[in-house]
Design a protein around this ligand. Structure first.
Ligand SMILES: *[C@@H]1O[C@H](CO)[C@@H](O)[C@H](O)[C@H]1NC(C)=O
Ligand SMILES: *[C@@H]1O[C@H](CO)[C@@H](O)[C@H](O)[C@H]1NC(C)=O
Ligand SMILES: *[C@@H]1O[C@H](CO)[C@@H](O)[C@H](O)[C@H]1NC(C)=O
Ligand SMILES: *[C@@H]1O[C@H](CO)[C@@H](O)[C@H](O)[C@H]1NC(C)=O
Length: 435
């Protein structure tokens, strides 16, 4: 049908106005540019998100695939995905607009495989700044970009806490870069492994200090504590929440990975807690790990049966990484039913005037937390040699190096590239709840 010119123009204006609202933070909450509090499961977009990394390099290039997946994610009820690695040098317009049209936001890690901050011999140098900046340059224009992470599970061992100063240096420099380019106030956060011995020090440290330019915009936790039919109290979630209440945590916080798989089928009962009345005053939702079924057995969908990994032309690990997504049952429908019943009510931004202050910077605790208070952050290029240790101050010597709280990705995504995806099963089996 031919529309009169005026109606056509109005239609265009309406479709521009209907662009997805952008996300920013205020106090301890996320808000949309329309003023609604946003839950990763939201008021306008009613559901939480999913970890989405089909291929190690970049899952946001093949728009046919993005369309097939976005459409099923909409049925599942997701309003956000998380992607761990992208190639900043290719075009992502099609996939990003496909997800935008499906009402799905993106949380994106800024690091590439060879630039992530490491807990052993940590450093933060010019090459890392350049790569992180390139990813920010490539994605900042997308309205459905909800936030960036400067790292995923940099610290996985209890003796890695000194590297927190490098994480904070990355936050400082990426926020400064965002602002120097006059990009919108895209929230910049960190995604932590759930390590009991450095809770709540890490989340407080990254938020602490008098200079907001050096603090996180949001904190996120990869937590696999809730397995099967446990409860808010027994799972440890009440404990996680209490640590926020105790300090009046000033930033938004959410689960950047969740979805324990040690009890099957997965019922995702934790979603009712995370998006329910006990937690929504303090938490902003959850990203479920993960979209694709692969060796670690966390998938919500699969693209076909596993094939012999050693056969010629076999996909990595024998798991096809594209095609028509087929729900893994009953997990997929279990999650779908949880999300369908959950619609947390938030506050309107104009009715929210928090008086929050940063928490005190934690003091060093021998054998546990190695950064003593509000120390000067490393400069670009600094490393953690003796001089580095002394200049960040108060480091108290080696903590024990026990493996703690490692989740499927922290280890797995890294291993995919560095070690050819070996050991994912062991990683998944090693997931432990630490209270
Ligand atoms: C940064 O550190 C990495 C890893 O050690 C190194 O390969 C790279 O050359 C360094 N970049 C600069 C500018 O020093
Ligand atoms: C806050 O931190 C930024 C980034 O490190 C720095 O440029 C600025 O001078 C600091 N402000 C104050 C008041 O110290
Ligand atoms: C978990 O609860 C559901 C619903 O009450 C029940 O059907 C299921 O058998 C329970 N699973 C276990 C492992 O207890
Ligand atoms: C932490 O401990 C592990 C083994 O327990 C060791 O391999 C690693 O080098 C230690 N890291 C640091 C930063 O001391």
């Amino acid at each position: 049908m031919r529309l009169p010119a005026v109606a056509g123009a109005l239609g265009l204006a309406a479709s521009l106005a209907a662009a997805i609202p952008t996300i920013s933070t205020k106090g301890s909450k996320f808000f949309t540019s329309e003023g609604d509090q946003w839950f990763i499961k939201g008021t306008i977009n009613s559901v939480p998100g999913i970890a989405y990394q089909l291929v190690p390099d970049d899952p946001l290039i093949d728009n046919d695939q993005c369309q097939r997946d976005a459409s099923l994610m909409q049925e599942l009820g997701a309003n956000a995905i998380r992607v761990y690695h992208v190639d900043p040098n290719v075009n992502h317009d099609s996939c990003m607009s496909t997800f935008e049209e499906a009402g799905i936001y993106l949380f994106l890690d800024l690091d590439t495989f060879d630039t992530q901050i490491e807990q052993n011999n940590p450093h933060w140098n010019e090459s890392q700044v350049e790569r992180f900046s390139a990813v920010m340059d490539a994605f900042h224009t997308y309205d459905n970009l909800a936030g960036f992470f400067v790292g995923n599970e940099v610290i996985t061992m209890s003796n890695g806490s000194a590297s927190a100063v490098f994480i904070k240096a990355a936050i400082r420099d990426m926020k400064a870069y965002r602002d120097s380019r006059s990009y919108r106030q895209i929230p910049i956060g960190y995604s932590a492994a759930d390590i009991s011995s450095i809770r709540p020090m890490l989340q407080n440290y990254l938020a602490c200090g008098s200079n907001a330019s050096e603090a996180l915009d949001f904190f996120a936790l990869n937590a696999y504590e809730w397995c099967g039919n446990t409860t808010y109290r027994e799972s440890g979630y009440s404990h996680l929440t209490q640590m926020l209440i105790d300090i009046d945590y000033p930033l938004p916080i959410f689960f950047s990975e969740t979805g324990c798989n040690t009890i099957r089928p997965r019922t995702f009962a934790d979603q009712a807690a995370i998006l329910g009345p006990e937690m929504t005053p303090y938490w902003s939702g959850a990203l479920v790990y993960e979209w694709i079924q692969e060796m670690n057995n966390y998938g919500l969908i699969s693209y076909g049966p596993q094939v012999e990994a050693t056969a010629s032309g076999a996909p990595p690990d024998g798991f096809t990484r594209s095609g028509t997504p087929t729900p893994v049952l009953p997990d997929f429908t279990n999650l779908q039913s949880q999300w369908a019943t959950l619609s947390p009510e938030g506050v309107r931004v104009d009715q929210y005037s928090p008086t929050l202050t940063p928490p005190p910077c934690p003091e060093a605790t021998p054998g546990q937390w190695e950064v003593d208070g509000d120390v000067a952050l490393p400069t670009i290029g600094q490393v953690l040699d003796a001089a580095g240790r002394s200049s960040i101050g108060g480091v108290t010597g080696a903590a024990t190096g026990s493996q703690a709280g490692a989740s499927p990705t922290g280890a797995a995504v890294r291993r995919e590239v560095k070690g050819g995806m070996a050991g994912l099963v062991g990683v998944a089996a090693g997931v432990v709840a630490l209270l």
